[in-house]
Every structure is written in structure tokens, then in C-alpha cells.
Ligand binder design. Structure first.
Ligand SMILES: [Zn+2]
Length: 457
């Protein structure tokens, strides 16, 4: 049973999906106006971890991550570069996916764009107005946060203390400093992008897009809502407030990942230590950044320095060397059941992962198995060495850390070999024969050895 730290409950809780064997998760995606930085890389890898692990256990995962393609930052960037806002969006969304692909992250099942949901957002704002939670001013339609019972749940503060702590805003028409914009009216025809609405042309506030898109795509009471710690308040608080006011059961669990630190300092634009992910990935094996991120717990602050990245690259070398030593071991994730059938004892790995995704524990287990495998192979204990290697490579692959076996055997062939071993172990001769035919059709000679299936050209 998976247990996760739920920010709203401030404790580790058991996670039971709304529908058995099927997890629904909505993770706040980027506002696309600049190159992704290494903190974004951590966000990509955190959600990829949730997704991969749940899929490895055999669950289906409906993973949704939005693209915020309407925002003041985009408009300001467009003005600065002399570009259209559409060009800014297209350029930096492309960069986002390029970096995500380079990191080996699964693309979300759905990645909705805010601009495709404007009509739905206008409908929600009208509904909130009907229900008495929204008020119209000269420039803006605001949400009246003080009317929502339990506002401050995610901030873990009372409404009074949030009001006392909020900065005083210029807009005198605002009822309370914690009220937030649902609709920002355009200043004129040149203030683009803009869409029509009952309150005048304009654009939606950021907090409204995620509540509309998550509920539209995943439905009431979806399982997980995630984001970085910085989104806990006010963004997620304000999403939740709108769902409460709308009368819709929102997410079951809130999960937040920690920040990146660069050499012990929090990363921020003012400290000028914003390293772009694009730059990091051009200089480093992307798997090394994945390993570095998973050496830390997803909720803890993570330090990123060139030395730590180099350490991770060296550690990956040990996984690759073991994979070459036992060339028939799987380097693709087989999934929990298939791994068990191929003789991997999955319990220790699962115990770490089910405990709030304890990847530091899981990574330590993998490297213990690597040492164990090499020690056994060094002393001629071939069987014990193969078993330990199989487990190490399977768990690494479950985290998306795929070993590089050789230049000769491509991942597609390695996957077929791994499936063939699983089929043979299960005495499923029909599947094993079909896989052999598939390998042969791709030009591979296939032979069975006492260590399992081997292929060569
Ligand atoms: Zn969001």
C-alpha cells in the first residue's frame, strides 16, 4: 500500500485510488516564457517518479500536466523581445518538451493549454458570481476568499493571519488583501491576448485555469494534485477555494516536492544562480541528473553542484558496467509481476517506495545489489551474481535509470530478450516462440544459455 505525505493533512497517509488500479494525477505545469531551469527539471523528474513507480506496480496512471500559455510574464517577455505572445509560447513550450524528453520523462497523458479552456473558465467565474463568491470591480473580477470555510488549509494558517501577512495592494476596490483575480479586464483593444466575457474582454487569472482543467479532465475527487512547494500557497489554496465554492469534490491528496539549492543557497533569479536545464543537459548525462534527484527525497531541499553531478555520473558507470557484465539481464523495467516471475525479490524495493517514495533508500538498495552482484561474479558464484544483477537493473529501470548495455544490442531488442526470459520462466512457450520470431525478424540470432536468452548479429 502506497503511503504519501499529504500536505493538507500534514501527515503521511495511505493512498487508495478512487478507482482500483487506476491513479489520476494533476501536476501544475510550466508558464512558458523562458528556458526551463534545473528546478523545473526536478519537477519533471518528481512527477515522472510518481508515474513510473505506480505504473511499475501495475496501475494505470492518468497523468495530466497543464501548459500555462496566458500570463503576464509571457506578455512582458513578448514586449521585451518584440515577438508575438504566440511566438514566445511556441518557442519555450518546445524547449520545455525538448528538455523533458532529454531527461527521459514520460510525456503526460494530457497536457491541456489554458487558452483552450477560456470558455469553461468564464462559465466557472459566472457560477462563482451566482453563488456569491465573486465580485466585479473596475479592472478585475475578484474571488472573495474570506467566504470559503477552511481557507488557509494548505497555507496552514488562519484567515486572520493570512490577511495580516498579505501585502497591501494598490487596488482599493479589493475587499480583502487575500482575495485574488478571477478575470483581468483588458485595458484596450491592443492589450492582447483577450477574450470576451460578461465582465468585458480580458483574460483569466492563473488560479482558475488549474481548477477547471483538472476537474474537466479527471473528474470529481481525482487522486493526487501535485506541484512544487512554492505552489502550496497561494496557487493551490486558491484552486481549492474555487472548487469548494463551486461545490465540487476536489483532489483526494495534495503532494508537493522541494526546492533546488545551488551550493547550499536557494535558487532564485535575484541570486543569479538560475542554471538552465537546457544548459545542464548539454553538459551532463541526463541520467546523472535523474540519479542525483532521486538520491534525495522528493520533499527535501536538493543541492546541485558540478561535483555532485559528476559523482552521479560515476555511479551510473557502475550500473552500466554491471549490465555489460551480465548482458542478458533486463535493462528495461519489466513491472512488478514480470520482475517477480523472473526471480527478482521486489519486497525490499517496494517497502522503500511505498514509504512516501523513499528513493534515497531505494537507490542505496540498488548500489548494494550492484556490489553484491560483482562480488558474487568475482568469486565464481554465477547464479547468485545473476540474481543480484537482475534485481539491481530492474529497480534502476523502474526509476527510469536504464543501463546502457552495449552499442550492439538496442533497447528494443533488449526489451524483447527480457520478455522472452519472463515468458520462458513462466513456461509460456507460445509467447517465447513469438518473441524469438520477432527478434529473428529484426536480424538477431537467438540462443539459450544457462544464464538465459542471448542475442547476437
Ligand atoms: Zn496549477
Amino acid at each position: 500500500m502506497l503511503r504519501l505525505y499529504d500536505t493538507a493533512k500534514a501527515q503521511i497517509v495511505e493512498v487508495t485510488p478512487r478507482r482500483e488500479g487506476e491513479f489520476s494525477m494533476y501536476c501544475c505545469g510550466p508558464t512558458v516564457y523562458d528556458l526551463p531551469h534545473i528546478g523545473h527539471g526536478r519537477a519533471m523528474l518528481s512527477w515522472d517518479l510518481f508515474r513510473r513507480y505506480l505504473e511499475w506496480t501495475g496501475a494505470r496512471v492518468h497523468h495530466v500536466a497543464n501548459i500555462t500559455d496566458v500570463d503576464d510574464n509571457i506578455i512582458n517577455r513578448a514586449a521585451k523581445l518584440g515577438w508575438s505572445w504566440e511566438k514566445v509560447v511556441k518557442t519555450y513550450e518546445d524547449e520545455w518538451w525538448k528538455a523533458s524528453d532529454a531527461l527521459g520523462c514520460h510525456r503526460p497523458v494530457d497536457s491541456p493549454h489554458a487558452t483552450a479552456f477560456i470558455e469553461r473558465m468564464v462559465e466557472l467565474i459566472a457560477e462563482l458570481e451566482r453563488r456569491g463568491y465573486a465580485y466585479d470591480t473596475r479592472d478585475t473580477v475578484y474571488f472573495e476568499a474570506t467566504k470559503v470555510e477552511g481557507y488557509g488549509l494548505l497555507a496552514r494558517q488562519s484567515i486572520e493571519s493570512l490577511q495580516a501577512g498579505a501585502r497591501v495592494e494598490a487596488d482599493a476596490e479589493k475587499h480583502s488583501p487575500i482575495d485574488f483575480a478571477l478575470w483581468k479586464k483588458a485595458s484596450g483593444p491592443g492589450d492582447v491576448p483577450q477574450w470576451p466575457s460578461p465582465w468585458g474582454a480580458g483574460r483569466p487569472g492563473w488560479h482558475t485555469e488549474c481548477v477547471v482543467m483538472s476537474l474537466d479532465i479527471l473528474g470529481d475527487g481525482f487522486d493526487l494534485h501535485g506541484g512544487g512547494l512554492d505552489l502550496q500557497f497561494p496557487h493551490h489554496e486558491n484552486e481549492r477555494a474555487q472548487a469548494v465554492a463551486w461545490g465540487r469534490p476536489f483532489t483526494q491528496h495534495w503532494v508537493h516536492h522541494g526546492f533546488i539549492e545551488v551550493g547550499g543557497e536557494k535558487m532564485s533569479k535575484s541570486l543569479n544562480n538560475f542554471t538552465s536545464l537546457t544548459d545542464l543537459l548539454s553538459r551532463t548525462d541526463p541520467r546523472a541528473y535523474r540519479l542525483l534527484v532521486y538520491k534525495g527525497h522528493y520533499r527535501a531541499p536538493l543541492d546541485v553542484t558540478p561535483t555532485l553531478t559528476a559523482d552521479s555520473e560515476a555511479a551510473l558507470g557502475r550500473i552500466d558496467a554491471l549490465a555489460r557484465r551480465v548482458a542478458n539481464a533486463p535493462t528495461v523495467a519489466l513491472g512488478r509481476e514480470a520482475a517477480r516471475q523472473s526471480g527478482v525479490a521486489v519486497e525490499a524495493f517496494e517497502a522503500f517506495m511505498n514509504d512516501d517514495l523513499d528513493t534515497p533508500g531505494a537507490v542505496a538498495l540498488i548500489f548494494n545489489l550492484v556490489r553484491e552482484a560483482n562480488a558474487a561474479l568475482d568469486t565464481g558464484q554465477s547464479q547468485a551474481g545473476q540474481v543480484a544483477a537482475r534485481a539491481a537493473l530492474e529497480f534502476a529501470a523502474a526509476l527510469g535509470l536504464f543501463a546502457r548495455v552495449s552499442e550492439v544490442i538496442d533497447p528494443a531488442a533488449a526489451a524483447l530478450v527480457a520478455r522472452m526470459d519472463v515468458a520462458r520462466a513462466a513456461k509460456d512457450w507460445a509467447s517465447a516462440d513469438a518473441l524469438r520470431t520477432e527478434l529473428q525478424a529484426a536480424g538477431w540470432a537467438v540462443e539459450q544459455t544457462k544464464d538465459g536468452t542471448r542475442v547476437h548479429r
